[in-house]
Write a protein that binds this ligand. Sequence first.
Ligand code: SAM
Ligand code: SF4
Length: 328
Amino acid sequence: MLYDNHGRKINYLRLAVTDRCNLRCQYCMPEEGINYVDRSDLLTYEEIERIIRLFGSLGIDKVRITGGEPFLRKGMMECIARINDIPEITSIHITTNGTLTRDLIPRFKDVGIKSVNLSLDSLDPERFKMITRRDDLDKVMESLMSLIEQDITTKINMVVMHAQNIDDLLPMIELTKHLPISVRFLEEMPFNGIGIHDNMALWDHKRILDFIVQSHPDIRPLVNEPNSTSINYQIPGYIGSFGIIASYSRLFCGTCNRIRLTPTGLLKTCLYDGGIFNIKQLIREGATDDNLTTALTGALGSRAKDGHEAESLRTSHLINESMATIGG
Ligand code: SAM
Ligand code: SF4
């Protein structure tokens, strides 16, 4: 079992498999001038499999594949199937923008995918286009419908942005009236390739909830799972639910069970840290599994207690990396 220096059990790896993306969401990356890493700097599928096998033997049982857009990487379904063959990994989850997935979804259960987080920031075609800088809402909606048809647990992630998609908050909740999904509203974070901007903190978790309660005074709090990042609610009579993720306020750090690997193999013990060590570099220098285990347990032995402390310990205090290089 893996524990950090604050006694938190670590069983969840979030792996960003690429920094490339076919969308250009405003809150995630600039429209132009993105310096994607060289393909030779990405973890190879063999390296990914070795790392997850080792981490599985140490106590990781849950893996999320994210990016960039994971399905831009060729052979992704086969990679997921190989991870699914590792006995210790009991659940695999995906975060995707849903533009490339419609035809793959019927095979998701076969390769072991247990649930999908689908990023969708607006149900309005024009707003979707403004936010993502691409005209792909139809493709995402087709993926959403296919996920429901295939009976795959689905959550929608919507980043709440002042003056951009506030008009989508209530329509998103209406989706949960007849669809068995959970919609999660995320506070915007500064991981956009540029850094903090004035409007970032305007819609925090309290304001999002207050706004919803004005139209739905009868919302019911749900019991949250132990390591849940979202605080969850349901409207009486609706079959789905919704949740609010205080990702910028960082309310959920106390029960954090997650570690992250970036596409280039940087291990992060917190979303807000600057990276602890590079596992790909160690592997390519010939590290044994024992060496990698020592590096991982060392990183967990001096883990920041929360995202605020992790941010304060960064050598570069400015947070301006793109979320596509971290995975969310
Ligand atoms: N491309 C995939 C997608 O969009 O789902 C996976 C990678 S994306 C970086 C993972 C998640 O991070 C998405 O749900 C996205 O909305 C969220 N995200 C990206 N940048 C963010 C930011 N600045 N603040 C809050 N959430 C962000
Ligand atoms: Fe791409 Fe996801 Fe970032 Fe949007 S949030 S630009 S879909 S990586």
